[in-house]
Ligand binder design. Structure first.
Ligand SMILES: [Zn+2]
Length: 425
């Protein structure tokens, strides 16, 4: 087994005390962090490979808690419009062109984009989920996905009932996805919920993304999206709601009571003019909130540094209060809290002995990262994905000196351009 020592790193652990260890050495035995030796100490375990971090910031791999990866191929396809107008343009285009091959090309491009940008885990809701999962075997991305349900046939021309039958037959899956309470009826929602329960799966759905969605759902079904999910028994530990922008106080209490998590996607919410999720109130109530980019058609990239900075700024600007969502809270959302939402916080989300080595090293020589007074602030307010030099997932160095080692990025970009030619402008 390879023993790797990453020496002379400023280790931003995101452990329960948010410990930062300047000049430390992190030792990996295969996929696992086995030792963190403070500055001026020699690790007890001898390394076969030594990486000199040059004093750079080493933080846990970022966790993208809500995205649609193969939508990279629709990047810039439906900009400057509301959620409903965005979907009116996007959904017909998806139905025309989507195929397993398209999803493979879009996923590969997305995996390359994510890994080079320090994102090591992603919750990916999209069609042909087995294709993105297969790509992750090659790319090394820690991918979380599963079957997706919507009230109509979908781009893969599969009726709801057939999709449900197949999922029952396929058996255990870590995740079950439903698109939203506005794209399926309450009976279908209950059936998908029952499937998730039967398969022991976690559950992910868009919910209460904007006022128009909530009004539409209330008009048609007499309940809000959150109430419909509660009726279906789907507010519970293991459920992650994407967006949750339009929440009243009782709904926030209900999310807290039920152990339901939220994936906050501030970039997408602002671009679609959906509103701003009440993250400070969710935090105050004790709700776990992860951070997501949403799909690269509604937020146009998969940049978790941009998501962090947007999250840190928007709430301050909205509330005229610079103390809301401080840098450490935002960085926790992008790492350990996102991992908790995904049910993988025992494995990743912080740099601690015994956990998996999902690590990101930032360029110590980057002008924009110097000087460093407080590491969390530097990462949230100053760092960009261009500062990422090296990334490890499960101890495997998937990005080395800014080069993705697992994906032929030039070929992935070329394939994506060719595939995009099939999409009507
Ligand atoms: Zn989404």
């Amino acid at each position: 087994m390879t023993i790797t020592a990453i020496r002379n790193a400023t280790v931003v652990t995101l452990d329960e005390h948010d410990t930062v260890l300047p000049g430390a050495t992190v030792v990996l035995d295969g996929p696992t962090v086995v030792e963190i030796a403070p500055a001026d100490t020699v690790p007890s375990i001898a390394a076969t490979t030594v990486v000199d971090a040059g004093g750079g910031l080493l933080h846990p791999g970022l966790v993208n808690a809500h995205t649609h990866l193969a939508m990279t191929l629709f990047r810039g396809y439906a900009d400057d419009r509301s959620l409903q107008d965005f979907l009116d343009r996007l959904l017909p285009a998806e139905s025309r062109v989507l195929s397993a091959d398209h999803v493979r090309t879009g996923s590969r491009l997305a995996h390359a984009e994510l890994l080079r940008a320090g994102c090591t885990s992603a919750l990916d809701m999209y069609w042909w989920p087995e294709v993105s999962l297969d790509e992750s075997v090659h790319s090394g991305l820690r991918l979380h996905t599963g079957p997706i349900f919507i009230g109509f046939d979908g781009p893969d021309a599969t009726p709801f009932s057939t999709r449900l039958e197949r999922a029952h037959e396929a058996g255990p899956t870590p995740w079950v996805f439903a698109h939203g309470t506005y794209t399926m009826d309450p009976a279908q929602l209950r059936e998908v919920g029952a499937l998730a329960t039967e398969l022991g799966a976690r559950f992910h759905i868009h919910a209460s993304e904007n006022r128009a969605e909530v009004d539409d759902v209330r008009t048609r079904f007499g309940r809000t999206p959150i109430e419909l999910l509660d009726d279906a028994g789907m507010l519970r530990p293991g459920t992650v709601l994407a967006h949750a922008v339009v929440l009243d106080d009782d709904e926030i209490t209900r999310l807290a009571e039920t152990g339901t998590a939220v994936a906050h996607c501030p970039g997408s919410n602002m671009k679609l003019a959906s509103g701003v999720c009440r993250v400070p109130e969710l935090h105050a109530a004790g709700v776990t909130v992860g951070l997501g980019t949403d799909g690269p058609s509604s937020s146009n990239d998969l940049d978790m540094y941009a998501a962090m900075r947007t999250a840190a700024l928007v709430h301050k600007g909205m509330r005229l209060d610079p103390t809301v969502l401080p840098a450490t809270a935002v960085l926790r959302m992008a790492t350990i809290d996102g991992a908790r939402a995904l049910g993988i916080d025992h494995l990743v989300g912080s740099i601690e002995v015994g956990k998996r080595a999902d690590l990101v090293l930032l360029d110590p020589a980057s002008p924009s990262l110097n000087p460093v007074f407080e590491a969390h602030s530097t990462i949230v307010y100053s760092a960009s994905r261009a500062d990422v030099t090296d990334v490890w997932v499960d101890g495997h160095r998937v990005v080395e000196d800014r080069r993705c080692t697992t994906i032929d990025v030039a070929a992935a970009v070329h394939e994506a351009r060719m595939e995009a030619l099939r999409i009507d402008p």
